[in-house]
Ligand binder design. Sequence first.
Ligand code: SF4
Length: 336
Amino acid sequence: MDGTRIKAVNNKGRNFTKNSLAKFIKGVDERLDEYLKRLDEDDATESGTGGSRTKNLADKIEALRAKRDGYNAMLNDLERRGEDQISLTDPDSRAMATHTKVGVGYNIQVAVDAKNKMIVEQAVSNQVVDMGLLTQTAQAAREILEVEKIDVVADKGYFKIEDIEACEKAGMTPYVPQPQRGPAVAKGLFRKDEFNYDAARDVYICPAGQTLSCNHESTLCELKRFHYTNPEACKACLLRTRCTTSSHRQVTRLENEAVLDSLAARLKARPGILNTRREIVEHPFGTIKQWMNQGAFLTHGLEKVRAEFSLAALVYNLRRALNILGTVALVRAVRA
Ligand code: SF4
């Protein structure tokens, strides 16, 4: 599985987020204050210019006020609809993450079969991130392929423990690397994956070989979290500066974290699977964007954009089938 972003018919300047609107309103207010101050000063000295400077400033102030009203109306509209951003040309499109370099566009998801590099399932949404899209795309692909078992390989952008769990519960086998986040990673300290969990004893073994036991639990978003420590061992540890900035290190485990242990074991057993995935999924996106010139959508609105991309995927699959089977075999297969 993979996702890409394709540009919508919506210039970046015609997309506003709550933050950008608040910034624009602040900027307009500052300029208004400045113009009003200048207007007061000019009132006192205008006698020689026949009032033209004052008229100029008054026009600018009026234009700025109209602009501010427009920004405020958009902000109120966003608040009312509980949304974060608004696009004026194609209202369904969204500003995508900056690193995608797409500006305003749509999120395209594909599931590609590893054998023939054909698109099995494709979906278009205006969700900005891939997180949360794993199970629904994989499930649709499995139904289309009419198979019981399926290996679902995706990059770390899809990593979400609930989604990994849902994928397994649906009978699929996910391979998704866990991104290493959190304060310890940010500070360059030992990562959590450098602590080994011993399920039989319910303890963690730290990089110094010490045992960290569960000493309390808490709840976050209705999910139980267990906290493992060994303050005595940390006190005398020579590795402490590489492990924690506190008196001792704490490792937290989610109640459903066993699902991540088996995920890590599966990835370890098939080390090349993520590189293989990249080669497979880059093929359709590269072909559609470069060779079929689908760097941007031509239609407006989610429904039409979905139709547009489904046609692109269909053409890609036909080309693949022609390349794999040849024209004669394909025509024969279609007639059969
Ligand atoms: S500081 Fe504590 S948890 Fe970290 S390596 Fe040392 S003993 Fe282990």
